[in-house]
Design a binder for this molecule. Sequence first.
Ligand code: ADP
Length: 190
Amino acid sequence: MFNLVLFGPPGSGKGTQSANIIEKYQLVQLSTGDILRSEVKNETPLGLEAKKFMDQGMLVPDEVVIGMISSKLDENPDVKGFIFDGFPRTVAQAEALDNLLEFKKNPINVVISLLVAEEELKKRLVHRGEVSGRSDDNEEIIMNRIKEYHAKTSPVADYYQSKNKLVEVHGEGTVDEIFAAIATTIDSNL
Ligand code: ADP
């Protein structure tokens, strides 16, 4: 099995690159953002609870997303591997993921961290807000999401760095250039 975490701030291109990675390596994508948006759309109890946080650009509580990921792992027992996109977003989530995967004897192989300058991130998110219709892509909420990232998510990079699993990839340039750098990293860790 090959398990990859795609890490980076909001707007760093995780979703775009995940799509490319899945196609080339046949991994199953687990995007907590996508799963949560689908729960919100279907008005499930979990979705209704999560929406309050998402609409403010705040992280959804750890136990909610950890429970969600745990069931998705159970639902996909015989796969080549997973790509985690938008998860883990806190050190507690990273520790929980390690525990879940250790139990299954398939640890995280590599964490790819996409590096993008803050000005570029804001530009991309404002642009996405204009075209995506996502309710959390307006300027004030974007600022909250970036704040949450610095406060709670960036320590996750240190967590994986201390386990020698972090590889940084420059996240600016064309989608193809960035994907080529990601593929090189994956190939050398397969
Ligand atoms: P972005 O494009 O900003 O990286 P996502 O689509 O990954 O955003 O997530 C959108 C929102 O969903 C987040 O702002 C947060 O409220 C919630 N969310 C997604 N993943 C997580 C997670 N792992 N932990 C807590 N909240 C999450």
